[in-house]
Write a protein that binds this ligand. Structure first.
Ligand SMILES: Cc1ncc(C[n+]2csc(CCOP(=O)(O)OP(=O)(O)O)c2C)c(N)n1
Ligand SMILES: [Mg+2]
Length: 336
């Protein structure tokens, strides 16, 4: 049996909360830049999903693999992505890790185990499973890989094939389902017929975990357990967290189809506001300290955006048009 994972401490909680706050402020900035016409392509936000997302990124180590999806800004920051590179990618700066070529959510640094998203709809499960299998063949152990999926994504063939193969091979894979009740405008009642998405874990023969996606402590504890189990040889872990998407599918969508009853229910709670309340109730920080944390992240985000807006865009005449896997870039970007 795997040894039990350590308890979540006050310091862990506050560290995770401050990453959530940074993510929220950064995403608010992205939304405002989008509305000002300064971002090409779509902007998809993770408002309401930060507690779950940060809990994934925070439990991965250097050398692990993380393949985040469109609502995982908090997890990306926890795994080591920066405000600077996020803004460079959204604003198309040539100095960003994608060199101004590919937008927003498709960014990554494969060399660091930070995989660029192919699709939101399940493609990353087989991709991470394949990478974990390759590492096993190379004799590497102690490494885990995590990826995320939405409720809608659990209906795709890629989800089925990826999770099934990972279960057969007992790969150290963590699949985190953000069950935000909608796939674009399709509600769960039109998405799956099982009573709970957690039922799918038994169907694939993997360990299932349930989390309250609005509750940071519950998310941290659940992900700690799941990552620990995978690292200790327990095979794939499926985490299902219930929550509500507190924005439209993307910033082009006002989400008017979301049932007002759901918004008013416990599922509609804002994980960031609830975590802030918890910190104040526990007297882990004062209201003044909290205001200072917010001011700090606002300054960081605004000053970084100002800096990036002055950076050059790629020049098609000058660009070498080489892919990230070409020899000149391999050392910095591609997997080893
Ligand atoms: C093959 C394919 N069909 C449709 C889309 C457009 N699309 C992107 S995300 C999405 C809905 C995903 O819903 P869910 O998995 O619940 O994730 P959420 O957006 O709620 O986070 C759709 C229809 C796509 N990217 N790829
Ligand atoms: Mg969804």
């Amino acid at each position: 049996m795997p040894k039990t994972s350590a308890a979540v401490t006050q310091a862990d909680y506050i560290k995770a909360y401050r990453i959530m706050l940074l993510s929220r402020v950064l995403e608010e900035k992205l939304a405002s830049l989008y509305r000002a016409g300064m971002i090409k392509g779509g902007v998809f936000l993770g408002r309401g999903q930060e507690a779950l997302s940060v809990s994934v990124g925070t439990h991965l180590h250097r050398g692990d693999i993380f393949a985040p999806l469109i609502r995982d800004q908090a997890g990306r920051l926890a795994f080591g992505d920066t405000v600077l590179d996020t803004l460079r990618t959204y604003l198309g700066s040539q100095l960003g890790s994608m060199r101004g070529r590919d937008g927003n959510i498709h960014r990554g640094r494969p060399r660091d185990g930070y995989y660029a998203m192919i699709s939101h709809l399940g493609a990353m499960i087989p991709a991470v499973s394949g990478a974990l299998f390759a590492r096993r063949l190379k004799g590497e152990s102690g490494v885990v890989g995590a990826t995320c999926i939405g409720d809608g994504g659990t209906s795709t063939g890629a989800f089925h094939e990826g999770l099934n193969a990972a279960a057969v091979e007992k790969l150290p894979l963590i699949v985190v389902v953000a069950n935000n009740q909608y796939a674009y405008s399709t509600p769960n009642s039109r998405q799956y017929a099982c009573a709970d998405l957690l039922d799918k874990a038994a169907g694939y023969g993997v360990t299932g975990h349930k989390a309250d996606g609005t509750n940071l402590l519950d998310c941290l504890q659940t992900l700690r357990r799941a990552v620990h189990n995978a690292r200790e040889g327990g095979g794939p872990q499926l985490v299902v967290a219930d929550l509500l998407r507190l924005v439209g599918h993307g910033e082009h969508d006002d989400g008017q189809y979301v049932d007002p009853k759901l918004k008013a229910s416990a599922l509609g709670g804002d994980c960031l506001a609830l975590a802030e309340r918890h910190i104040l109730d526990q007297a882990w920080a004062t209201a003044q300290e909290h205001a200072e944390w917010r001011r700090e992240v606002e300054m960081e985000v605004n000053s970084t955006a100002d800096r990036v807006r002055r950076e050059p865009a790629p020049d098609p005449e000058e660009d070498d048009w080489a892919a990230l896997s070409c020899p000149e870039y391999r050392e910095h970007y591609a997997t080893s």
